[in-house]
Design a protein around this ligand. Sequence first.
Ligand code: KG4
Length: 339
Amino acid sequence: MSTIILGIESSCDDTSAAVIRDGVIMSNVIASQAVHEAFGGVVPELASRAHQQNIIPVVSEAIKRAGIAKEELNAIAFTRGPGLLGSLLVGTSFAKGLATSLNIPMVDVNHLQAHVLAHFIKESEDDNDQPSFPFLCLLVSGGNSQIILVKAYNDMEVIGQTIDDAAGEAFDKCAKVMGMPYPGGPIVDRLAKEGNPKAFVLSKPHIAGYNYSFSGLKTSFLYLLRDNLKENPDFIEKNKADLCASLQATVVSILMDKLYRAARDLGIKEVAVAGGVSANSGVRGAFEDYSKRYGWKIHLPKFAFTTDNAAMVAITGYYKFLDKQFCPVSEVPFARVEL
Ligand code: KG4
């Protein structure tokens, strides 16, 4: 008998629902919220209101595209945290209502674990390109920069993480001071392709262990602009591609340096990347490069699974379901929760 899981994701500004049957994706519907663009970042209150509007059509569409009846679902997996509390409440409450009405169990999902397990979403039954345990996963997004030792589907250990800003935040904040809209990461990535990564030297942190820090880089980027703008008011406009290329090269080098050390120290050659920043061409290029240089077996997520999506919630729900890890209907969401 097959196992069919509905996943619901509402941790930030994407309302998403997906259906997975025995690990194979059947549908993945995402409604993004354009309402935040005018504000230069996600506005929590607007995000939860948009989730309320989107949740019913998004879930209905996911079930319809999967070609199943909702009565065929075996469980509902939902993102419990971390994320924006108001946003999480919408997905959690909806999951409770639907699970109660169908009389099926609920599975609470940690958003960070879901990003890692996105690597196990199968596109078809004969898709066997998943990582083998143990492997390292670099989780890089707008809110996180972590190195995770993945021992099993439901056994992960964070061995390094940022002590201040996340990598995506560094991209977005530096892009903002260059006058770019939010989120600036993908724009920096696009412009970096035409620039010289060695044009400007930016500061790199000296932090113990496998931890990261990006606040110094952000300050050094800000000072570089401030000092040059005094002499040349067109400095940003004239050097945009070089600034983006130098910024991207520095972020990538900071990320890869610690990841390489962790892989070397633990003797692990199977390495994955996950989260929004894993879409970055510099990060992907560095993974390819390290694979050739150090014999790493690398796992780059499909672009559809780099940003927030419910397929990753459904696959995590699937593996927790197999482990019989259910949660009571009284479960509440958490804005901050560790892996
Ligand atoms: O995982 P994600 O979708 O959600 C949050 O953590 O909110 O990650 C979003 C982050 C943003 O900071 C965005 O700028 C960054 O991922 N991002 C990128 C690229 N695509 C998305 N950063 C650099 N290059 C990209 N191509």
